[in-house]
Design a protein around this ligand. Structure first.
Ligand code: SF4
Length: 596
């Protein structure tokens, strides 16, 4: 369903476009006319003098390039959809032939695109250049300084909306939460400091969780259904203490969403066919594993997965297809399988880096972790061992001095580096305990990096910028921000890629260099990371339901022949509606349409 007034609004931007489409008896004829029409627009843009300010011209130019690509025959073939045909049907009022899924999202995309081409994007508050540009010396510097202050004051208001677990008032709430949880389990403060106690008391059902924090009806239903369907679910008592007691999700939305599945997630998995179940292996790890426990997507680095579960399960985990349950028996790979995998790595001298992950490898026993590291470190050509773990966030008590001393032995400056790659999603997950866990690594000379996943829960303006800022303060370097994977079951977590581009180009640009160092990436199934900033992707089309179709180029495109990957994003219009439902002023996001 769509609002019919959109049709007039769209064609009123370029009435000549409508005329051209109406005068074309067929879509083929329309294409014949559209090519010179677009050429003429390009000529006008490139030859008219003094009309548009340079930044507006740049925007016009990128919109026109996007439109030309969208209307090209190749894009139609690759995207399997013709925007030109849909425009032709609309211009000729052939409403009976319109696709059922046509909705406002499509019109919003095309209207913004055409407005952008015409120089009517209205994304700049003023046409005038800032006043400091008319002066020189101190006067100019003072005016510029004022402009920078104004810029920051606006964004500071937005940043202050995100509480951090280091804030004294939040720490106080967490202490109360801890005491409430301990009373429920009839346990002591000493128990709270023991990771074994937390692992023994992982909360695995809605009834127990409901006695510790309030659950909304939806949350309770989703957990119960997930358990009945055998889906992995579990939360450490420590992580439950990060949840607010009431179910409003005002501050703890990211924490709850991390572990409590939405109903649509549970239902999608319940209704999966065998064929769809295959698609849950979104990253095609089955196709990139040369030997059991090993994944290889790059020449010099491999992933080693000796332990196949975690102390709690993230709903959107890319490995949810192979994790049966929290701390499931049998998650630990057999010694011989681990040894064979390590021998395989040893037999490949080009491999210089091993990422030990899982699951979460830091849930294994000290002796096993140390023994695996010892065997990997004994390989001459391994220069770096990465440990991928969310334990500092969800179970920081596990990062004991004994564990750390055993790990730190293999960090030998000049010979071999050991680093931790962890996964904080939100400032609300940062706690004094997590900071201490991070400092255990740092004080032994090891670096700690963060990989965030950009989801509906941390994608509001400056939400991630504040996370990066706070992470730097506790000793964690922002490393990657991942665009949420296109897995069907986690669609309510997904954020349009344009929002990630906007975040990088706007919020991150207002941060000092060291706090904006992470790299936004799209993980291409089977092939690995596509660096979004480097623009190794193209917008191919906009579907009738407002979802963009992108083509991603693999990282090795300049080195070897490789195929591209086509992905259908979530609709920007739907995303903005959801933000509005959550209380956001979507005017704050108005430039999102202009990232391609
Ligand atoms: S910690 Fe990592 S492996 Fe474990 S559930 Fe979360 S995303 Fe998956």
């Amino acid at each position: 369903m769509f609002d019919k007034s959109y049709i007039d609004r769209m064609f009123s931007i370029y009435p000549s476009l409508k005329t051209l489409l109406q005068e074309s008896k067929t879509v083929k004829k329309a294409r014949f006319f559209i090519t010179p029409y677009l050429e003429e627009l390009t000529q006008t843009l490139n030859t008219e003098k003094g009309e548009a300010k340079p930044v507006e011209w740049l925007l016009q130019s990128s919109c026109l390039t996007a439109l030309r690509r969208i209307l090209s025959v190749r894009s139609e073939r690759v995207a399997k959809f013709s925007v030109l045909e849909l425009l032709w049907l609309l211009a000729n009022e052939r409403y009976d032939e319109l696709p059922d899924e046509l909705n406002d999202g499509f019109f919003e995309e095309i209207i913004h695109l055409l407005q952008g081409i015409k120089g009517e994007s209205h994304i700049y508050d003023s046409d005038a250049y800032p006043s400091f540009m008319s002066f020189e010396g101190r006067k100019s510097a003072l005016l510029r300084s004022k402009q920078l202050n104004d810029m920051m004051n606006d964004s500071t208001d937005l940043m202050q909306r995100y509480p951090c677990g280091l804030d004294p008032d939040i720490q106080k709430i967490r202490t109360e939460n801890r005491d409430r949880i301990l009373a429920f389990f009839n346990a002591t403060e000493a128990d709270w400091l023991s990771h074994e106690w937390h692992l023994k008391n992982v909360i695995r059902d809605a009834d127990t969780l409901g006695k510790l924090v309030e659950l909304s009806e939806q949350e309770r239903q989703a957990i119960e259904q997930a358990r009945a369907d055998g889906l992995p679910f579990g939360i450490t008592p420590f992580y439950v203490a990060l949840m607010d007691r009431d179910a409003g999700r005002k501050r703890d939305h990211a924490v709850r969403a991390q572990v409590i599945p939405p109903l649509n997630y549970v239902e999608t998995i319940r209704n999966q066919t065998d064929e769809q179940a295959q698609s849950f292996d979104f990253m095609k790890e089955n196709d990139t594993s040369p030997i059991d426990l090993v994944t290889r997507r790059y020449p010099r680095i491999v992933i080693l997965k000796p332990y196949n579960t975690c102390s709690q399960i993230c709903v959107y985990c890319q490995r949810n297809w192979e994790i049966d349950d929290v701390l499931m028996p049998g998650a630990q790979a057999a010694d011989e399988t681990i040894d064979t995998a390590i021998e395989w790595i040893a037999s490949n001298p080009v491999i210089s880096e091993v990422l030990i992950t899982g699951g979460d490898p830091l849930i294994m026993s000290d002796s096993l972790i140390h023994s695996i590291m010892e065997k990997v470190a004994a390989i001459d050509h391994v220069e770096r061992i990465r440990i991928g773990s969310r334990t500092p966030v969800v179970l920081p008590q596990r990062i004991t001095p004994e564990l750390m001393d055993g790990i730190a032995k293999f960090h030998e400056p000049g010979r071999r580096e050991v680093v931790l790659i962890t996964h904080f999603e939100h400032t609300y997950e940062i706690t004094p305990e997590a900071m201490q866990a991070v400092q255990h690594f740092r004080s032994r000379g090891m670096s700690v990096y963060n990989q965030a996943v950009f989801t509906m829960e941390n994608s509001r303006r400056f939400e991630l910028a504040v996370l990066r800022r706070k992470l730097r303060l506790i000793g964690v370097d922002p490393y990657y921000t991942f665009n949420t994977k296109g897995k069907e079951e986690t669609k309510s977590y997904r954020v349009p890629m344009a929002r990630l581009q906007q975040e990088v180009n706007e919020e991150a640009r207002l941060s000092p260099g060291l706090a904006r160092t992470d790299e936004p990436v799209y993980n291409v199934p089977r092939l690995g990371k596509n660096y979004i900033r480097a623009e190794h992707h193209n917008l191919l089309s906009v579907l009738p339901n407002g979802r963009r179709v992108y083509e991603f180029y693999p990282w090795e495109k300049n080195l070897t022949m490789a195929d591209t990957y086509i992905d259908i994003d979530v609709s920007i219009h739907d995303y903005l509606q959801e933000l509005q439902r959550r209380g956001e002023n979507i005017e704050d996001y108005k430039t999102i349409w202009y990232y391609y």
